[in-house]
Design a binder for this molecule. Structure first.
Ligand code: FES
Length: 412
C-alpha cells in the first residue's frame, strides 16, 4: 500500500507544523509515492520535528517543516549545498534512536559533492528509512550568519532581497502550447511556491534563448519573491550586491556576494561634487543659482557611482552588469542630488524633503551602470538633515541592543 500524502506530527512544539497534508502539497512540496511506514525526523539546532513516510527525502521533510536548508538547485543534485549530518545514538528527549543507516545510501552523483570521508549527506538525495536526528550545519542554513569583515567584527544575518532558483520545465508540444513565460511562471509556482511573479523586460528578452540553450532547465534570479530579473540557461550560481555610501567628501562602495554575505571588494574615491562647493549649503546654492547647476551635480555623483561600481567589480573579477542590487545611503542633500531632485527646500527652514521613506527603483532611469534589471534601495531619512546615512549607522551599530545609552557621531 502506498500513500501520496505527508503526515505531519501534531504535537505542540514551537516549530511543529500542524497544517493539513494537502496544504503542504499545494505549497510546493513535491508529490512522491511513499511507503506507509513512518519515521520521526528532528532537525537540529532548530528542534523542528515531524513524522514522515519512509521514502521522503530529508529536503522535502525540511521544507514541509519550514526548516531553512540551502537548496539553490531545488533538489536536483546540482549545487551540493543541502548538506546535513545524521546523528547517531539514542535521544531520550526526542524518544528516538537515530542512525546514519536510517537514510538511503549515497549515490555516486551525490558523493562528488562531498569531501571524503565525510559524515555529511545531501538532504535532497537522502531518503528516510527510519527515525532520525538531523543536524543542519551553519554553512547549509539559509539566512545563516556571517562575520562582517570591515568596521569591526560582528555577526550579521544574510537575508538578501535577491535569490536564485533552479527550475526544470517540460518543453512545448502540440498539446501544450503555453508561452515560454507561462511555462516558467508555472514552474516557479510548482517547484518553488513563487506565485504572482512578474518578469522584468531585460529578463524577458533573454527568456527564449535561455530556455532553449538550457534544454528547458534554467536558473532564475528573483527580486523580492516577485520579479524575475534574469534567466540563465542551466544551473549557474552568482548574485551580487553593492552597498554605497555617498558622503559629501568621500564615496565608498562595498561589493558583496549575496549568497554567502562575503565582502568581495571595496573601493573609495572623492565625491567629485567637491568641485562645486566644499559643504552642503554651498552645493545647494550652486544648484539654486546656476541654470545647469543641479544637472551638473547630479551627473557628477552618478558618474562617480559608476566608476566606483566598475572598480569594485573589477577587483572582485565579476562584470559590472552582474551587480543585481545596490543599497545607497548618504545625507539628505547627497541623496537629493543623487536622485536629481531640487535641493532648494533643504537650504531653508523648515528643511522639507521631497521623499522621506525607503525607496526601491530600477537602476536604469538613473543611468547607473549595473545589471540591466538591477534595483536600487535607498534607506529612509529621519528628518530634513537627518538622512539615510544615520539610519544605516543605527542599523549597523544596533544601539537598541546595548544596555547603556549610546551616542553615534558622524564627523563628516
Ligand atoms: S539541493 Fe542542490 S544538491 Fe541538494
Amino acid at each position: 500500500m502506498s500513500s501520496t500524502f505527508y503526515i505531519i506530527e501534531k504535537t505542540v512544539s514551537r516549530f511543529t507544523i500542524t497544517s493539513p497534508a494537502c496544504c503542504l502539497l499545494m505549497s510546493g512540496v513535491r508529490k512522491v509515492f511513499m511507503s506507509n511506514k513512518e519515521a520521526s525526523i528532528i532537525f537540529l539546532p532548530s528542534g523542528r520535528r515531524g513524522r514522515f513516510p519512509h521514502g521522503v527525502t530529508l529536503l522535502d521533510a525540511a521544507r514541509a517543516l519550514g526548516e531553512p536548508i540551502e537548496s539553490t538547485c531545488g533538489g536536483h543534485l546540482l549545487c551540493g549545498k543541502c548538506q546535513v549530518r545524521m546523528e547517531s545514538g539514542a535521544f531520550a528527549r526526542f524518544g528516538v534512536h537515530s542512525s546514519p543507516d536510517h537514510v538511503s545510501p549515497p549515490t555516486e552523483e551525490e558523493l562528488r559533492w562531498l569531501p571524503s570521508p565525510t559524515p555529511l549527506r545531501l538532504a535532497c538525495n537522502a531518503r528516510i528509512q527510519g527515525d532520525l536526528v538531523v543536524f543542519v550545519p551553519e554553512h547549509a542554513r539559509m539566512h545563516r550568519q556571517t562575520i562582517r569583515k570591515v568596521a569591526g567584527q560582528r555577526t550579521i544575518e544574510v537575508v538578501p532581497t535577491i535569490h536564485q532558483v533552479y527550475v526544470e520545465l517540460s518543453p512545448p508540444t502540440l498539446a501544450d502550447r503555453r508561452s515560454d513565460w507561462e511555462r516558467l511562471a508555472a514552474g516557479l509556482a510548482e517547484q518553488w511556491n513563487l506565485k504572482d511573479v512578474r518578469i522584468a523586460y531585460p529578463a524577458l528578452r533573454s527568456l527564449q534563448s535561455a530556455l532553449r540553450e538550457g534544454n528547458w532547465r534554467v536558473t532564475a534570479i528573483i527580486w523580492d519573491e516577485s520579479l524575475v530579473i534574469e534567466v540563465r540557461p542551466g544551473y549557474r550560481e552568482g548574485i551580487w550586491g553593492l552597498a554605497v555610501d555617498v558622503g559629501s567628501t568621500t564615496m565608498a562602495a562595498y561589493l558583496c556576494d549575496l549568497q554567502t554575505g562575503d565582502l568581495l571588494a571595496s573601493h573609495a574615491m572623492m565625491n567629485p561634487q567637491v568641485a562645486y562647493g566644499e559643504d552642503l549649503m554651498s552645493r545647494i546654492s550652486y544648484a539654486a543659482q546656476n541654470e545647469e547647476g543641479l544637472k551638473k551635480l547630479h551627473r557628477a555623483v552618478i558618474g562617480a557611482f559608476n566608476r566606483l561600481a566598475g572598480e569594485a567589480a573589477r577587483k572582485a573579477e565579476i562584470g559590472q552588469e552582474d551587480i543585481h542590487e545596490a543599497v545607497i545611503v548618504g545625507n539628505t542633500t547627497m541623496m537629493t542630488l543623487f536622485l536629481g531632485l531640487d535641493p532648494r527646500s533643504l537650504g531653508e527652514a523648515p528643511f522639507t524633503l521631497a521623499h522621506r521613506d525607503a525607496m526601491d527603483w530600477p537602476a536604469s532611469p538613473l543611468k547607473l551602470r549595473l545589471h540591466p534589471a538591477a534595483n536600487i534601495h535607498i534607506l529612509p531619512a529621519i528628518a530634513g538633515h537627518v538622512g539615510a546615512d544615520n539610519v544605516a549607522a543605527l542599523l549597523a551599530e544596533e544601539p537598541e541592543t546595548l544596555s547603556q545609552p549610546a551616542l553615534i557621531i558622524d564627523v563628516g
